[in-house]
Design a protein around this ligand. Structure first.
Ligand SMILES: [Zn+2]
Length: 1020
């Protein structure tokens, strides 16, 4: 409490107003509901912008940590029943939310609790750049109302609803651009509504600096002359989604209920699907779908095909998609024998049967070898296209290279230095976002940053000055971290106390328990107690709390994801060593690897299984991968053992008995957080690489099949579940993207796709099946390339595919990172890494992608230059310098159904090129040989897995998005020719701009406005 507030407060208390006990229902849920629950009231946390309990401070208890500042002369937190609340006394005091909170959003819901003393009134919230342009809610003599004003004109205003004084009232204001409505609620019931709202959040909460930026006030208005609020506030929440009647009522009811809170779906933006038929337009012309027979080994579920060849009317053949049942265990395959399962062809009444023959393995089995390797990053350089233009790949790379070159490593070291009690160098500023002071994920961006510096160093051989810049920054990062890591567990002064044993880290000085308090001035900095080798941007407490059962949340007794953050840091260090040759980086990783080994190996297996099964808290990124990699780089076996200590037993093996799980083909990812698990899978594959233990390989390859068959959107990304209601989770059941996916809160977390790409390429090293690279190409062009802003390095978190949605780009200045912003630093500095591979014996070159580039194949003294305008042309040329006898294996994309034509030195070759395979060109190549590949593009509709009438339009590898001008409440309906969609489309393949059904289409990776990626497809 500031001294100046005291007289005001005393006067207030004397009036006998503030101490009045709330009447009506007393809030019971001050404890359970206070936590940063990821599905609070049934609404996934990705929908929540910020939450201010005001229980003693202005902290945001959501993961975004957008803390509110308490400004003005008064404003205090007072006891109110079992908790504290914010008391404003109309003396000019108010709370202010960071300006960035609302900018870039389309929809907004503000809910909270308000207590008005007798005849009190005032503004509840007021968001906007000025008095003339703002969104606000207020209580005055007429009652509670909300309004939107733009340029001095009222663009929507609700009628006023009287609010009862001297008791807590629940309020909500819902700004819905899709239905153009502004709705108010009091105590869970609608209080007023303005329809024909003619304002957008972009007007009310513009991005920008200074005068243009919004000021987000609670308890005051933009107008300095209007008195501030006189009343109490608690649990004020900002959502980026539209909350419907049911959601608002439930939030209120849950706050009043002592028992298990109810859960609801946030309603709208209500997207109408009523006019989309369930039956496929092609159902009538499907003549027959054959039954099939598959084999499997005892104990493992069969791999059932995603599509099977069917017969159509008139006798023509063509594949249909089949959704098969997905058992939750291996009961069917415990013994040799035969059983039958029945699938369904979505949108039809066909239900093909699969006879499964369960066999015992005969003969010996050899684990697959790693037959293919990638080229070092510095051996492949992105080139301009045939016409001398920068490609989209070069443009994106350069946005990030520029940002990284301008970055200050001291910002990325800020939290580490604070943790180790060091002073900050001149000019060092802290990062925002998930690296801010109190965010328990701080340090994650520093790990990505080191990986990016290493990759940028390797990738910019075309500019030695840039390379020197990156090397210098990276070495500075590593040197600084190295010095800190060496201090851990050592006395701060000769003869001083210390604890070198990682398993003996004591509770922080002056504390009662381990906690995650990172507030400035309160964070523990007793590094001498932390055990040898410890390095992180926070003290060891979160790791220890995880072992002791801590859950994810924003309280000091809760954690975020300590091992996730550590994985980024260790990967950054290992990249620094492997890609850029920094030996100190390896030393730090080895020290921290030993620290991790010491702690985890001291735990019983059940404790670890419980840790890794915990939502988010147990998210460990690819710690298993980092540890297996550390073994590979050091030869120290304890690190390989450490990798296995990260086995997520339930997901991997179906539990301690190891009779199920992904290793046996059981889908254990239903409803699970996508990006919590994808890196665990690449980690399993890295464990296989070093152990040759087959279950780890099966985990990865089964996971790939399960995800691609049942959970994949057309841009190559995943997640975005309505059930469970979480934009970051897989839908509750496979093959139900339409039913349970496309959540209002978004889909396609960008870092998840980055990790899927990593899995594609790593599986391909063992199994040169084109399907892995087909997905790679799809997701590279249509998600990764599509995830970066037009003019700068801003990039996406989720990429929403709901009708009329748009991408939101963040972190252009590289100063406030989410997981995806951090991952983007890596994605965009290694865009060349999968264009070519070579066989491990150097007898074959794999051409996976058709991107202008130059490869230097050192082992063969060969250079290959790929010259093309692809995908603005369907032809690419490979110029070979040097020569020798080797195979060139070129990918024949699955979409290349109109032929794949090869010329060598201008001469047409007779080849049998099947879409979705690799074509081998064997010969003794001579200097200046030229291979020309032509693969005519065609249009095709790619239906969402369980609704054949909702599909994306693709042209060759490129997903075409329909341009939209507003948020939509339905799926855009476009009619296409049933036999050949291309007959309904006009446009220019050289620019990839097309028209169909009155809509304009362009590549999704060139779409920066509103879009429709999924269309309601009518066939004619
Ligand atoms: Zn992410």
């Amino acid at each position: 409490m500031k001294p100046a507030t005291l007289p005001v407060l005393l006067a207030f208390l004397a009036a006998g107003v503030a101490m009045a006990r709330p009447e009506g229902p007393v809030e019971q849920a001050a404890t359970a509901q206070e936590v940063g629950d990821q599905i609070l009231d049934g609404i996934g946390e990705t929908a929540l912008i910020a939450r201010y309990p005001f229980n003693g401070n202005g902290e945001d208890s959501s993961r975004n940590q957008l803390h509110a500042a308490l400004n003005g002369p008064g404003g205090v937190f007072v006891e109110d029943g079992p908790r504290k609340v914010l008391l404003l006394t109309g003396d000019g005091s108010y709370a202010q939310v960071p300006a960035s909170a609302v900018s870039g959003e389309d929809a907004l819901s503000v809910v909270g609790w308000l207590y008005l003393p007798t005849r009190a009134s005032g503004p509840i919230f007021d968001f906007g750049p000025s008095v003339a342009t703002r969104l606000f809610a207020t209580v005055d003599a007429k009652g509670f109302r909300a309004a939107a004003v733009v340029d001095g004109l009222v663009r929507g205003e609700t009628e006023a609803k009287p609010m009862i004084e001297n008791q807590w009232a629940h309020f909500a204001v819902v700004f819905d651009p899709a239905t153009r409505s502004l709705t108010t609620y009091v105590d869970g019931a609608r209080a007023g509504q303005a329809t024909n709202l003619t304002a957008t959040l972009a007007q009310l909460a513009p991005r920008g600096e200074g005068a243009a930026a919004s000021r987000l006030f609670l308890g005051r208005t933009q107008d300095d002359g209007v008195p501030t609020l006189h009343g109490r506030l608690r649990d004020v929440r900002l959502y980026r989604v539209v909350l419907g009647d049911e959601a608002v009522a439930t939030i209120r009811r849950n706050a009043l209920a002592a028992a298990q809170p109810a859960r609801v779906r946030p309603t709208p933006p209500e997207i109408s699907t009523a006019d989309i038929p369930k039956e496929s337009a092609l159902a009538a012309s499907l003549a027959s779908v054959p039954d099939i027979t598959v084999e499997t080994l005892v104990g493992s579920l069969p791999r059932l095909p995603v599509t099977i060849p069917a017969t159509w009317a008139g006798g023509s053949a063509g594949d249909v998609r089949v959704i098969w049942p997905s058992p939750i265990d291996t009961a069917d395959v415990r013994k040799p024998g035969t059983y039958t399962v029945t699938g369904r062809v979505p949108g039809t009444s066909f239900s093909p049967k699969a006879t499964v023959i369960v066999k015992v393995r005969v003969g010996t089995f050899t684990a697959p070898d790693r037959l293919v390797e990638a080229f070092p990053l510095n051996r492949v350089v992105l080139d301009r296209d045939l016409q001398g233009r920068d490609t989209p790949f070069i443009r994106n790379r350069d946005k990030f290279v520029r940002g990284l070159a301008a970055s200050n490593p001291d910002s990325f070291l800020y939290n580490f230095r604070e943790t180790f009690g060091e002073t900050q160098p001149q000019g060092a500023t802290a990062l925002e976002g998930w690296d801010n002071q109190t965010t328990r994920l701080r340090g994650h961006a520093s790990g990505h940053y080191m990986s990016a510096l290493a990759q940028a160093y390797a990738s910019t051989g075309y500019d030695p000055a840039l390379q020197a810049t990156f090397l210098k920054k990276m070495n500075y990062m590593v040197d600084t971290l190295h010095a800190m890591a060496r201090k851990s567990g050592q006395p701060s002064a000769a003869g001083g106390p210390s604890v070198s044993d990682p398993t003996a880290v004591p509770i922080g000085p002056g504390r009662k328990s381990y906690d995650s308090n990172l507030r400035a001035g309160a964070i523990r900095t007793d590094y001498w107690n932390w055990g040898t080798g410890f390095i992180s941007a926070y003290p060891p407490d979160q790791f220890i709390m995880l072992e002791r059962g801590a859950t994810y949340g924003a309280q000091d007794s809760q954690i975020w994801a300590p091992y996730y953050t550590l994985h980024k840091i260790l990967s950054g260090l290992l990249d620094g060593y492997e890609v850029a040759g920094n030996k100190k980086a390896l030393e730090i990783a080895r020290g921290m690897g030993a620290w991790v080994n010491a702690r985890l190996s001291a735990l019983p297996p059940e404790t670890r299984a419980f840790m890794w099964s915990r939502y988010i808290a147990g998210e460990y990124g690819g710690m298993n991968e980092a540890m297996a990699r550390l073994f590979r780089l050091t030869g120290e076996r304890r690190f390989l053992e450490t990798a296995k200590l990260f086995d997520n037993t339930g997901v991997f093996f179906g539990g301690a008995t190891r009779a199920g799980g992904l290793a046996k083909g059981v889908d254990t990812i239903r409803g699970k957080h996508a990006n919590q698990h994808i890196p665990q899978i690449t980690g399993a594959l890295e464990t296989f690489r070093n152990t040759k233990e087959m279950p780890y390989y099966d985990i990865a390859s089964n996971f790939w099949d399960i995800v691609n068959a049942g959970y994949m959107y057309s841009i190559g990304g995943v997640a975005g579940a309505k059930t469970p209601n979480n934009a970051e989770c897989f839908p509750a059941e496979p093959g139900t993207l339409w039913e349970n996916g496309l959540s209002a809160g978004g889909q396609n977390e960008t870092c998840a796709t980055y990790n899927l790409l990593k899995l594609d390429r790593q599986l391909f090293m063992y199994d040169q099946t084109a399907k892995y690279m087909d997905h790679y190409e799809r997701a590279l062009y249509n998600h990764i390339l599509a995830s970066v802003a037009e003019e700068d390095a801003g990039n996406t978190y989720h990429v929403p595919l709901n009708p009329g949605a748009r991408k939101q780009f963040g972190n252009a200045a590289m100063n406030g990172f989410t997981c995806c912003n951090g991952t983007a630093l890596e994605s965009q500095t290694k865009l060349q890494d999968t264009i070519y591979f070579h066989s491990a014996d150097n007898r074959a070159l794999y051409v996976n992608l058709f991107i202008p580039s130059t490869l230097t194949w050192v082992d063969r003294n060969v250079t290959v230059q790929q010259v093309t305008d692809f995908p603005y042309a369907d032809t690419t040329k490979l110029f070979i310098a040097g020569g020798g006898a080797f195979d060139v294996k070129v990918r024949v994309p699955a979409w290349a159904t109109r032929g794949f034509f090869v010329k060598i030195n201008g001469k047409e070759q007779v080849v049998k090129a099947k879409p979705g395979t690799y074509l081998t060109l064997s010969r003794t190549w001579r200097d200046k040989d030229m291979i020309e590949l032509r693969m005519p593009f065609s249009f095709r509709l790619d239906a969402i897995v369980d609704q054949p009438n909702v599909a994306s339009l693709l042209y060759g590898p490129v997903l075409l998005a329909a341009e939209e001008t507003t948020v939509r409440t339905d799926f855009r309906k476009v009619a296409f020719d049933a036999k050949d969609p291309g007959k309904s489309i006009t446009g220019d393949p050289a620019t990839l701009r097309f028209s169909a059904g009155g809509a304009s289409f362009k590549p999704f990776y060139e779409s920066y406005g509103r879009h429709s990626v999924y269309l309601h497809v009518a066939l004619k």
